[in-house]
Design a protein around this ligand. Sequence first.
Ligand code: F6P
Length: 375
Amino acid sequence: MSKKKLIGILTAGGDSPGLNAAIRGVGKAAITFHGMDIIGFKDGFRGIVENRQMRLDKKTLANILTVGGTILGTSRDKLHRMEVDGETRDVTDIIARNYEKLGLECLVCLGGGGTQKNALRLVKKGLNIITLPKTIDNDVAFTDATFGFATALDIATEAIDRLHSTAHSHHRIIVAEIMGHRAGWLTLGAGLAGGADVILIPEIPYDIKKIAAAIRRRSHHRTNFSIVAVAEGAMSQQDAPAFRAAEELKSKARTEKEQLAARQHSAALDEKHAGNTMRLARDLEELTGLESRVTILGYVQRGGTPSAADRLLATRLGTACADLIQQKKFGVMVASKGDGVEPVEIAKVAGKRKPVPLDHPWVQSARRIGTCLGD
Ligand code: F6P
């Protein structure tokens, strides 16, 4: 009798709704349709380094479709510098050894941009890897969508809906901070769907005077309240060149020393930028004479039950992943393309981001309906 294939699966990076639906999709298709066995590693890549795992069978995969977070746990570890036993080290070889010892046919990694980079290191070591794109930020390259985004979009939109009535009643500006350090998909999508008056995203640096003028114009028309949807990573036109330079420094850094310096520089910049939303609200209050308030949506956007759209996407990508394992098509990310999927080389995806294009239809629609984008 031939031995069953054994698959490993892990979830890495920030959690997002739909992770359990994806684990279930891969697991059920692998066990039921392809007759494979599957184990899950706990807390991201750390689980395979420390050999912490759990058997995923029909029972453990039951009743998780609607559950938020990840039953496996997650972490933001990087393979080339993971803290293990008080020491920072490259754990790629440890993972390769444990993969061999366990006799895995394939390791499935569910994650965003950082996970694709980690996965590429393992592909280069000769391991059979398949990734699935997840993040509420929707910024993984070469896929139409990432699971988690649709749910977060619903949550952020509902928040903007609710903020409208209180802003209107008190004649205030309400600045709603939405997640997205480097990409504005969530803010733009929720801002459009929720009818925000101003939408600020990292891809379009803003001029505060133009935002204040737009808000004042509304007041002239006797609409003396405004909703400003601002991405965590939105920045002013004055600050933008420093961020661009820091990105360039990171992309050009070759040696370890250069990479460390670039990371430190970028972290210092991020630290300086923290609190930007509060400063924005205060400045708008000063410039418009309207009272302003801030609402930071934070982790509410990442928690809880996945939406129907995310359950569908995660299940679609998960089951396609099991098929690809059966076909021995490794080294790929299962991208979503229209109603179908497309395997894309991890080497092509890793290190790339998908920012909002400046001519994207959502940007054009926002401009057509008179939304201020701060530029
Ligand atoms: O999941 C992506 C993301 O939500 C970003 O938008 C956000 O900036 C970041 O994760 C924060 O997550 P954490 O605090 O878990 O690192």
